[in-house]
Design a binder for this molecule. Structure first.
Ligand code: GRF
Length: 224
């Protein structure tokens, strides 16, 4: 497989379906990475069960035991460095991270967000997407910077929004794409193809997506 083997540290808060997709892609030999450690800031979450099932080291750093976000992040850095992590992968990690982590892993922290950033940053995204009336939604993998969901965008996937969608049905449609593009972004990193220019991330040597379009609702007679 192409690229250097990348040591990952995956940070989770909940179910960890993105974590599972990454594990599955690694085990299937599609992704040139290994997960050195999984860190949860909450005990008892299902992502920890997934870690156990796949024999991956897991650590709980309970945020309540730290007085400040910085202290918490300092501990995170210690654990990640202690496991020889190169790339930090936030997979449904519901904590704001601070420069303490970012300075130790500059442009080496990735996040996935269930919207076509820079639209719909923050939380409660699926309901906001449905309520806003947009006809397309999607997901974004980006490098994390000091803002909330503002870092340089690596990859995006687009899905349609249907008239009868609820937050849950849209979430499910977007999640399917998340499970593909997170591994794809990590593999591009492993292959050394991601070049950051200003706020843009260029994917060097990757074929262009063919020029195409989707129209929602369909164009009918105007698209013969
Ligand atoms: C996903 O919706 C992701 O976009 C967001 O948190 C959720 C994670 O889900 N950042 P899971 O824990 O990977 O199942």
């Amino acid at each position: 497989m192409k690229g250097n083997m990348v040591n990952l540290g995956v940070l989770v808060s909940g179910s960890g379906s993105n974590l599972q997709a990454i594990i599955d892609n690694i085990e299937a030999g599609r992704l040139n990475a290994r997960i050195k450690v999984i860190v949860s800031h909450l005990p008892g979450v299902y992502a920890l069960e997934r870690a156990k099932r796949h024999g991956i080291s897991a650590v709980v750093i309970h945020h309540k035991e730290y007085n400040t976000r910085q202290d918490f992040d300092q501990k995170l850095v210690e654990v990640l460095k202690g496991h020889d992590v190169e790339l930090v992968v936030l997979a449904g990690f519901m904590r704001i991270i601070t420069p303490v982590l970012l300075r130790s892993f500059p442009m080496r922290v990735m996040n996935i967000h269930p919207a076509l950033l820079p639209a719909f940053p923050g939380t409660h995204v699926w309901q906001a997407e449905v309520d806003s009336g947009v006809k397309f939604a999607g997901c974004t993998v980006h490098f994390v910077d000091e803002g909330t969901d503002t870092g340089p965008i690596i990859i995006q996937a687009v899905v349609p929004v249907y008239d009868d969608d609820t937050a849950d049905s849209l979430n499910a449609r977007i999640l399917k794409q998340e499970h593909k593009i997170y591994s794809q972004a990590i593999q591009l990193y492993a292959e050394g193809r991601l070049e950051i220019q200003g706020h843009r991330v260029l994917a060097k040597g990757v074929p262009r997506v063919p020029e195409s379009f989707m129209i929602n609702p369909p164009a009918g007679r105007f698209d013969p």
